[in-house]
Design a protein around this ligand. Structure first.
Ligand code: MIC
Ligand code: SF4
Length: 644
């Protein structure tokens, strides 16, 4: 029996475990990336581990999220990351150089290598055949120190592509179709592998749009084969030597197969407030549009930008629309400037933003009250744009640009002839905004610069014999990390200050939550299915830890968040019977008797509701390693104990 491409890469990087779906495996990690909103924590954790130089083949730190500098905090964090990188052997991509996933794909990614990044969209690199995972900062720190990255062996889904996209239909419409079919929890515990005749019709940037939004499926990662198209892209980036061919064996066996006929797809949009609430643009035609934003790690490649520029050329943005455009990288920006496409965008009235995440993470460009905003991004969670009642739709660059001109939701196919845009034979290569680390012999001379905003992270204590605490919050299904730990221009600067950022924990759901936690001193959270979907931010675990949350009991978890809870030392549990969710109310006093002993011995965990005097069976689904981490009170404590 042959192997799928993902299985081949897992096999060649397997350090522990066996490849049976559901069991824990440890992988050797070749490359890491961080961004600044999660990076400060990751590097503080790396420093705490005491490893002098990174042990990966390549580690890169990007500054792309916290680029709105309304106070000293973000700039201080940038300086801190820059100095840590210089000292410890990490490449530093300076602010202005672009969004981590876009730049990594262009300049650093290598087919067949493993990558983990402290950002959930790290699987973007699957577009060139990397096995790339989003992870919490602490997991990235461990990988930089040479440690394995542990995941649950996923099932492998084949998305079999046939046909070819019709004019005005784009890669975004492909992944929106898959989201419509699979939903935001359909990818949990799975790797999405693309194959079939249709693959060769898609360019690398198109593939990367698709793998990028695999994160919204909840998938562990997504991957395309590395073929002649990949080779052309690598060659155009001057990195031909890094290319290798990679594909699944012809007799590979998949756990699930989804057929997509590219020729049959139409322009689509994810409607408010979830990436899987997908409808054909045809059905939305005519809805008034207030804002259009083009960019983000999903759709900010040169090809996307050139398409947009050609749609805008010689026209004017509709008077009721604010159009903002953020090219994904300095390379893209520079090429647009050199070939005149940027001038076409400016002339049409686009508001040009720096190469960064910007509006995608609520860093500026919040829409007007109740405003309809069409965005080429990957997430439209309620409130994420910075305006609580905004209606955000996720669309392709083509649909976005067309609607910016008409002022209403527009099917780009109505625009007439499709602009033929070809991938350049050579990209403009200039890595002058990537600072290499100091040589090892000089690392001692580098001083690490710490601003006053950097506060120590919360300490967790060893798991007690028994947990007894009140339910301080009960939430429903599909809670995102944006609910747990919101981002945006006001809160992101607090990413290196856990005590301060904790004041904002869950406030979009319940403004009293932080105060209630402080009053009680400890507590338990109850949730529904797919709890913690979305971002990799470990702050969504560290803030609850700081606020005294001891356990989170839900119907099911999202992959990265549950790993972050374990790393922080918060006990994640699931209901053995989902209907028991209804037997717990806010304020109930819950007890987990002998929990330490039971975890240690692999015995089932039982919950006693001391308010109703009911007993509820729970599942823990933890590996032996995860149990040890929890008993030690988190991964940092565990690592310290191991090194004693
Ligand atoms: C996001 O898109 O939500 C982010 C901001 O990139 C996050 C990381 C973070 O919260 O810093 C992600 O996707 O992991
Ligand atoms: Fe940045 Fe948005 Fe991509 Fe997250 S999803 S990395 S905020 S561009």
């Amino acid at each position: 029996m042959g192997y799928t491409l993902a299985q081949k890469l897992i096999r060649s990087h397997l350090l522990s475990g066996d490849m049976t779906p559901g069991s824990e495996i440890g992988l050797r990690i070749d490359q890491t990336l961080t961004q600044d909103a999660t990076g400060t924590m990751a590097y503080l954790e790396f420093e705490a581990m005491g490893v002098p130089r990174v042990k990966t083949e390549l580690s890169v730190a990007y500054i792309d999220h916290n680029t709105l500098q309304t106070g000293f905090e973000n700039a201080d964090d940038h300086r801190y990351i820059q100095s840590v990188c210089k000292k410890h052997g990490i490449y530093f991509s300076r602010p202005g150089n672009g969004i981590c996933h876009q730049v990594h794909l262009e300049r650093f990614g290598i087919p067949g290598k493993t990558l983990i990044g402290s950002d959930s969209h790290t699987p973007t690199a699957g577009g060139i055949g990397m096995l790339a995972f989003g992870a919490g900062g602490l997991d990235v720190a461990v990988a930089m120190g040479g440690g394995p990255y542990y995941i649950t062996m996923p099932k492998i889904v084949l998305v079999n592509l046939k046909g070819r996209l019709q004019p005005w239909v784009s890669a975004k419409d492909v992944i929106l179709e898959i989201l419509r079919i699979m939903t935001v929890k359909g990818g949990v515990g799975k790797i999405i592998e693309y194959g079939g005749e249709g693959v060769k019709t898609l360019s690398v940037p198109e593939r990367a749009t698709i793998t990028n939004m695999g994160a919204e499926l909840g998938a562990s990662t997504s991957i395309f084969p590395s073929d002649e198209v990949t080779r052309e892209f690598m060659r155009a980036q001057g990195r031909d030597a890094d290319w290798v061919e990679l594909k699944a064996d012809p007799d590979a066996v998949y756990d699930e197969v989804i057929e997509i006929d590219l020729s049959a797809l139409k322009p689509q949009a994810a409607c408010p407030h979830s990436p899987d609430n997908v409808k054909p643009v045809e059905e939305l035609k005519g809805i008034r549009v207030d804002q259009v934003v083009i960019g983000s790690c999903t759709n900010s490649s040169l090809m996307d930008m050139l398409k947009v520029a050609s749609i805008l050329k010689g026209k004017t943005v509709h008077p009721n629309v604010s159009l903002a455009i953020a090219p994904g990288s300095k390379q893209v920006f520079n090429m647009l400037a050199e070939n005149g496409a940027l001038a076409d965008m400016i002339a049409a009235g686009a508001r040009i933003l720096e190469s960064a995440c910007g509006p995608c993470i609520g860093m500026g460009q919040a829409p007007n009250s109740g405003g309809v905003s069409l965005r080429t991004f990957n997430r439209n969670f309620e409130g994420r744009s910075g305006t609580a009642d905004a209606q955000v739709y996720l669309v392709s660059p083509e649909t976005a640009a067309a609607s910016a001109l008409t002022g209403v939701f527009t099917d780009p196919r109505d625009l007439g002839e499709y602009p033929e845009i070809k991938m350049p034979e050579k990209f403009l290569i200039n890595d002058n905004m990537v600072e290499p680390p100091a040589p090892e012999s000089e690392m001692d001379k580098v001083e690490v610069l710490r601003g006053p905003n950097i506060k120590p992270f919360p300490t967790s204590v060893r798991m007690p014999e028994e947990i007894e605490a009140k339910v301080l919050l009960k939430v429903g299904d599909n809670i995102t990390t944006d609910h747990i730990m919101p981002a945006g221009a006001k809160i992101l600067p607090l990413r290196s200050n856990i005590p301060a950022i904790s004041e904002h924990c869950f406030v979009r759901v319940d403004t009293e939550f932080p105060a209630r936690c402080k009053q009680e001193g400890k507590g338990i959270i109850i949730g529904g299915v797919n709890y913690g979907q979305g971002s990799s931010r470990e702050h969504a675990a560290l803030a609850p830890l700081y606020l005294g949350i001891k356990a989170v009991i839900v119907k099911s978890f999202a992959r990265i968040h549950v790993a972050n809870l374990i790393n922080a030392g918060i006990l994640p549990l699931t209901f053995a019977n989902e209907s028991d969710y209804d037997r717990i109310s806010m304020g109930d006093l819950l007890s987990l008797p002998n929990v330490r002993e039971r975890l240690k011995n692999g015995q089932p965990i039982v919950l006693e509701n001391k308010t109703t005097w009911e007993t509820i069976p729970l599942n823990s689904q933890l590996s032996k390693r995860q149990v040890e981490i929890l008993l030690a009170g988190g991964l940092l404590n565990y690592t310290r104990e191991q090194n004693k």
